[in-house]
Design a protein around this ligand. Structure first.
Ligand code: DAT
Ligand code: MG
Length: 151
């Protein structure tokens, strides 16, 4: 439904390369609603937990170090089918496989510096939102443009 939420994070390379504004603009223009946002340097524990499903992969420790190497812009976005739509807008895991027009297709080159994270399912979104945000830090607000976006 329209209350579906996803967790998006602009990774340290995206922040350093001044892509925060442009990336947020993509999701704003689309019609999704920003309900939580913070800039933070994540702890090793948080990042290990965030990527726990990948703990057996050879790149896991490198991935955690990269995510720890600078500030991250952590966000929660809301809207109809936002989990799947945001993944489509982000592109494939490897920027080389991502079409032009997607965030990874337009803004990066290597898989290990792919500028943005997006939850891959509704269950992951729930898990990741509760990992990165306290519920009381999310803001429910009525968007005045909602009736121009939804039937
Ligand atoms: P995604 O971020 O598209 O959900 P994922 O969850 O499979 O991809 O992997 C998490 C991150 O790990 C990914 O954004 C970049 C990194 N990664 C994935 N596969 C990799 C690989 N083969 N080599 C290096 N880093 C990789
Ligand atoms: Mg993933």
């Amino acid at each position: 439904g329209v209350n579906e939420r996803t967790f998006l994070a602009i990774k340290p390379d995206g922040v350093q390369r001044h892509l925060i504004g442009e990336i947020i603009r993509h999701f704003e223009k689309k019609g999704f609603k920003l309900v939580g946002m913070k800039l933070m340097q994540a702890s090793e524990d948080l990042l290990k937990e965030h990527y726990i499903a990948l703990c057996d992969r050879p790149f896991y420790s490198h991935l955690v170090e990269y995510m720890r190497s600078g500030p991250i812009a952590a966000m929660v976005w809301q809207g109809l089918d936002v989990v799947k739509m945001a993944r489509t807008m982000i592109g494939e895991t490897n920027p080389a496989d991502s079409r032009p027009g997607t965030i990874r297709g337009d803004f990066c080159i290597e898989v290990s510096k792919n500028v943005i994270h997006g939850s891959d399912s509704i269950e992951s979104a729930r898990r990741e939102i509760s990992l990165w945000f306290h519920t009381d830090k999310l803001t429910c607000w009525a968007e005045s443009t909602e009736h121009w976006i939804y039937e």
